[in-house]
Design a binder for this molecule. Structure first.
Ligand code: FES
Length: 406
């Protein structure tokens, strides 16, 4: 057989080493010193810098927003965090919070330019919106002051731009605090950490309730036309703004003539509306990306939820850290929320079924898991592993919660 390449570099390569892989490895292990290796490998240093288990920060600045506050967080060097980890625009971090005796985690999207994490004064910025009847947000808004110390996870999440999958032009559809990932993407485009064009269609009720308006305008003005922001007001019809909801007509009016992807982030009602409104575009699945936004909420609105007239209360047995604890869990709340309410420090991050951090074994009992946020692997489904952040009890339940990474 003739080859049209120089195969001299392959000399000495053959199947031999692969056939003896296990044997060679065993021989190396037997010859190795009986002590923990002290070598430090660069990939490990990089992996630790990009994916720290925990980061310590201090609130440096607080800015009031309409119905929200923006917090600038810097590294807490006193606690050993020299710099905050770099991230991809669109990712989030999880804060550890101790509220009324309960230890909980809450995810918030980073809105700042990823380049800020690499600056001399390494920083993140998050905006937290008032949520009536919320648990963590009202507590944060009332308690975080300048100088407050915070404990955070490393950056997490997959709602990021991927050039191999996404079009060069992105039309972002945002509602409420769903603007934060796009604020970060826009800043990253200006600082050249991302390379795509972004048209943001941002829905708010009134012009004086627009979150991060000044920040968005400032970024767009520095983007050389690569970032455009269109405000759509549902409750006001005033000059300079679009009126109504982010309809098909509005998308068609501002979307570029070339190929584009749609990224969506906002409340669940926005997704339901846009799914219907944008159906005529018949976008390929990879051209439509949605951020899974927080907790699933009331399971009874899912048509597949077994019909119940009243909220029931079940017994939830939790095996965690070698202990077994029995608590109560309402049918309307997730197993994770019930554990947090009972003061059990259960692992979690995204709280929306995506990250797998809360991964637990369903030892016995039945739970309802809505299909859409269920991102478990096939093997997990087969062997009864569940994500307690999206699992609702339908009977008494026993779960085993591993905490190896927590
Ligand atoms: S916390 Fe992410 S899957 Fe449950």
């Amino acid at each position: 057989m003739k080859y049209n390449y120089d195969k001299s570099c392959l000399k000495g390569l053959g199947p031999g080493p692969f056939m003896k892989l296990a044997e060679t490895r065993t021989a190396h292990i037997e010859q190795a010193a009986d002590s923990v290796p002290t070598s430090i490998y660069r990939p490990n240093i990089l992996a630790k810098a990009l994916h720290p288990n925990v980061q310590y920060g201090v609130i440096k600045e607080i800015k009031e927003q309409p119905g929200a506050k923006t917090y600038k967080i810097v590294a807490d060097k006193e606690k050993g965090t020299e710099a905050l980890a770099f991230f991809r625009a669109g990712q989030y971090i999880c804060f550890d919070l101790e509220i009324d005796g309960a230890t909980i985690q809450r995810p918030y999207t980073l809105q700042s330019d990823p380049a800020d994490a690499l600056a001399e004064e390494s920083s993140y910025t998050v905006t937290i919106k008032e949520t009536p009847n919320g648990f963590a947000a009202p507590w944060i808004l009332a308690n975080w002051k300048e100088g407050t110390k915070v404990v955070m996870s490393g950056p997490l999440g997959n709602f990021t731009y991927q050039p191999l999958r996404d079009a060069k032009n992105v039309v972002a559809i945002a509602g409420g605090s769903g603007i934060t990932p796009f604020c970060s993407m826009a800043a990253a485009i200006v600082s050249k950490n991302e390379d795509f064009n972004l048209t943001i269609l941002y829905g708010s009720r009134k012009h004086d309730a627009i979150l991060l308006k000044d920040e968005l305008d400032a970024i767009a003005s520095r983007s050389g036309g690569r970032v455009k922001v269109v405000h759509v007001l549902s409750d006001e019809n005033i000059e300079g703004y679009e009126h109504g909801f982010i309809s098909l007509d509005i998308v068609k009016k501002y979307a570029p003539a070339e190929d584009y992807s749609i990224f969506m982030c906002g409340p669940k009602g926005l997704y339901a509306y846009e799914d219907e409104a944008l159906a005529p575009l018949a976008l390929k699945p990879r051209r439509l990306r949605k951020e899974l936004s927080g907790e699933y909420g009331d399971p009874s609105r899912n048509p597949k939820y077994p019909a119940k007239t009243d909220v029931e209360t079940y017994k939830l047995t939790v095996r965690i850290r070698g202990n077994e604890q029995q608590i109560t869990c309402k049918s309307s709340e997730t197993l994770l929320v019930a554990m947090e309410r009972a003061g059990i420090k259960a692992p979690s991050n995204c709280r929306s079924g995506e990250c797998g951090w809360c991964h637990s074994l369903l030892v016995s009992g039945n739970v309802f898991i809505p299909e859409e946020p269920d991102k478990r692997r096939m093997a997990d489904r087969k062997f009864n592993w569940i994500h307690p952040c999206i699992a609702y009890p339908l009977s008494d339940v026993i779960i085993d919660v591993p905490v190896a990474n927590f």
